[in-house]
Design a binder for this molecule. Structure first.
Ligand SMILES: NC(=O)c1ccc[n+]([C@@H]2O[C@H](COP(=O)([O-])OP(=O)(O)OC[C@H]3O[C@@H](n4cnc5c(N)ncnc54)[C@H](OP(=O)(O)O)[C@@H]3O)[C@@H](O)[C@H]2O)c1
Length: 279
């Protein structure tokens, strides 16, 4: 039996992605959520639509929780076929009150980048031939890239070759933010966009690594949402298109047919490669 996992899927885009996978993916689909009650309520909502997602708890910031999910997948399916890293947080598009800036930068990068990376590092050994990984990024990575200094842009374009390089870039930004030196050091002011730069860079490196390892048709891409860049969720104070429309691009990545040549390790916008570091 094939199996797909979506992180942060009790609401918003993740919920829409699970709905789409339940309709189109030939296998079990796991709606995961950090809060079990909210996750099970979301599963019940989809069951009312005649769909049959499964549930597993997953807080991406809790390493033990990721390991528990890995063990469950290993014991039940002996592998993983689709992973959609959707869970994330943001303060800038809604009326959530952000913590003080240094804390916001640390928190947003910890959840959106480092915790997503942890999910990948724990679950990737389960990926089977033809597996698809969709890391949900955002066009904000392009906007933040454009607002970085030429020196930081150059670093991003020419000096990031490994996951350690990405970690250092994001850590350098977070450290600079602790001392309010981030603008002086050439970083953008938005933690969310900086964290999504990490996701887009990480995805390209993950693909390169799979290719170097000779992995059989494993594809990793990052993406924005489906249409027009805004989806009506709590993250955007409900501004934008429906979650089903927003889910189209992530679903395109997650359901790429076997043995396609492209896209691989790319950032996708409306199902097309998008050069997020063009200025
Ligand atoms: N909405 C847009 O216009 C838009 C545009 C571009 C990209 N995106 C990306 O799309 C993805 C989904 O965003 P959204 O708009 O659907 O936001 P959302 O409605 O706020 O949903 C975010 C989801 O992530 C979960 N989450 C947060 N921290 C988590 C953690 N530590 N562990 C597990 N789950 C966690 C939330 O769970 P709780 O309910 O427990 O908080 C929620 O289920 C994000 O990666 C976002 O950056 C969104």
């Amino acid at each position: 039996m094939k199996v797909a996992v979506v992180t942060g899927a009790n609401k918003g885009l993740g919920f829409g992605i699970v709905r789409g996978l339940c309709k189109r993916f030939d296998g079990d689909v796991y709606l995961t959520a950090r809060n079990e009650e909210r996750g099970r309520a979301a599963v019940a909502d989809l069951e009312k639509e005649g769909l049959q997602p499964k549930f597993h708890q997953l807080d991406i910031t809790d390493h033990a929780s990721i390991v528990k999910l890995r063990d469950h997948l290993q014991n039940t399916y002996q592998g993983l076929d689709v992973l959609v890293n959707n869970a994330a947080i943001a303060y800038q598009f809604n009326d959530f009150v952000p913590p003080p800036y240094p804390e916001e930068a640390q928190q947003v990068c910890h959840v959106n980048y480092f915790s997503t990376l942890d999910v990948c590092q724990v679950l990737f050994p389960l990926l089977r031939p033809h597996a698809r990984v969709c890391n949900v990024s955002s066009l904000n990575c392009h906007e933040s890239f454009c607002d970085c200094s030429p020196a930081v842009q150059n670093r991003i374009k020419t000096a990031i070759h490994t996951i350690e390089d990405v970690n250092k870039l994001i850590n350098d930004y977070v450290k600079a933010a602790q001392n309010n030196q981030h603008l002086k050091e050439g970083f953008d002011k938005y933690p969310y966009g900086m964290s999504k730069i990490g996701i887009s860079l990480m995805s390209a490196i993950q693909q390169k690594t799979f290719d170097e390892q000779g992995a059989e048709d494993i594809i990793v891409n990052s993406c924005d949402v489906g249409v027009g860049g805004w989806v009506a969720t709590d993250m955007t104070a409900q501004y934008g298109v429906s979650i089903d429309k927003g889910a189209l691009n992530p679903l395109f990545c997650a359901l790429l047919p076997p043995n396609v040549k492209e896209p691989k390790g790319k950032f996708l916008y409306d199902a097309k490669e998008y050069d997020w570091w063009a200025t």
